[in-house]
Design a protein around this ligand. Structure first.
Ligand code: TRP
Ligand code: SF4
Length: 397
């Protein structure tokens, strides 16, 4: 449909750890080579739950961006910015709020879940209820069609799609749409105009979805078309009116199995993490202190790797030969647990070393991050401004 574009955001929660790296950032690093990508720090989203103590947010933003860059997000490949630096997100959120039924927001599963989970905090606020709508605005403002998220966020993407459909239905019917669309068809020029009409007829009479795809490809290829005309032609194909906003799709990130130091999923709330900027010494101490199979009380007691969280880390960091060595050595009491942990320590340190080197570079001069964010918000702003122009016009503002 629109330019394939990837958008994703992360709330600034403090130092990122290996769970974020394997669960999210590796995927972002890959995506940045495949699509135009926008990655932003969702600092307003952080405020929906941290409104009573926002002082940490600023430092967390900088820290998180350093961690992103350390992980390999490349500011020359992806647009990196801070949500609050692009106020169009807020304007779109406001305008969308006018037509968003309260019931839709109350029904988003995270609303009640999070209220229960963070029960120490009053989350019966206007801002928190609007969390999914702000997220929809983040996505729709860039007309992004691919949003990499974890499973927990999928309902938010679905919600965004519903908002788009409602919006286009409500405001997409500009006066004289037919005439304007026909004018736009003429502008395609003889051969392409005829092809477009054929494809449109094929879809309208036979419901042929491939015709739609082909027509989209045809329109994408035409450089001289204005944004407004392009949208009219997209809308005219399906007879729905002008498509002002585009329906995004989730790009489901495979659930990361990154285990923490205790065998549970690595997560700050379980205090079982290794930070991306953890010092080598701390990594060593943390892994050495990991619990192992409780049956191995003495060095001579055989163990069962299935009952040991270190074994799970071997799945991430060791090759087949090393795993075979650990598995056999554990069951025969041929190796001790500290010996078994060493390759895991080496693997983690090897993974972290290049990240920490990049981090040191960005830590060395605060201007680096500031400039990257300034540059990113300028680029994002340009895209956002275009969408807002259409949205305002459609709503008669
Ligand atoms: N809600 C997301 C999370 O908690 C963060 C986020 C905010 C986001 N806006 C977004 C993700 C837009 C993708 C697209 O993980
Ligand atoms: Fe765990 Fe390795 Fe010790 Fe076995 S030898 S209990 S797998 S650390």
């Amino acid at each position: 449909m629109y330019a394939e574009r990837v958008v994703s955001g992360m709330r600034p929660t403090g130092a990122l750890h290996l769970g974020h790296y394997h669960g999210v950032l590796l995927n972002w690093v890959k995506l940045q080579h495949e699509y135009p990508c926008l990655f932003f720090v969702a600092d307003w989203h952080a405020l929906t739950t941290q409104y009573d103590d926002p002082r940490n947010i600023h430092n967390n933003v900088t820290d998180m961006v350093v961690d992103w860059l350390a992980a390999g997000i490349d500011p020359n490949q992806a647009v990196i910015f801070r949500q609050s630096h692009v106020p169009e997100h807020a304007e779109l959120h406001l305008l969308l709020s006018m037509m968003t039924p309260l019931g839709w927001l109350e029904r988003v599963p995270t609303y009640k879940d999070q209220q229960e989970k963070l029960s120490g905090k009053d989350l019966t606020t206007y801002g928190f209820l609007g969390y999914p709508l702000l997220m929809a605005a983040d996505i729709l403002i860039y007309r992004a069609d691919r949003v990499p998220v974890g499973e927990d966020q999928v309902p938010h993407i679905e919600f965004s799609r519903e908002i788009v459909r409602r919006f286009n239905h409500m405001y997409g019917r500009e006066p004289g749409f037919e005439e304007k669309a026909k004018e736009a068809v003429k502008k395609l020029g003889g051969k392409k105009a005829r092809r477009y009409e054929e494809l449109r007829t094929r879809f309208q009479q036979e419901g042929d979805k491939e015709a739609i795809q082909e027509a989209h490809a045809l329109l994408e290829d035409i450089q001289h078309l204005s944004v407004a005309d392009r949208e009219r032609l997209f809308g005219y194909l399906e007879g729905s009116g002008k498509m002002i906003l585009a329906e995004p799709g989730a790009l489901l990130t495979e659930a990361s199995r990154m285990p923490g130091l205790d065998g549970q999923k690595m997560s700050k709330s379980y205090a079982n993490t290794i930070a991306l900027r953890e010092s080598p010494d701390a990594v060593m101490k943390k892994v050495r202190a990991m619990p192992t199979d409780p049956a191995r009380v003495r060095r001579t007691d055989p163990g069962d790797p299935q009952k040991c969280p270190v074994w799970q880390l071997h799945q991430v960091y060791s090759d087949d030969a090393c795993r075979a060595w650990a598995n056999a050595g554990c069951q025969s009491a041929g190796i001790g647990c500290l010996e078994c942990k060493q390759p895991v320590i080496d693997g983690i340190l090897k993974e972290l070393a290049p990240m920490q080197e990049r981090a040191r570079y960005y830590e060395s001069d605060p201007n680096l991050i500031r400039n990257i964010l300034a540059d990113g918000s300028e680029k994002a702003h340009e895209l956002a401004r275009e969408t807002m122009r259409d949205v305002r016009e459609a709503m008669g503002l």
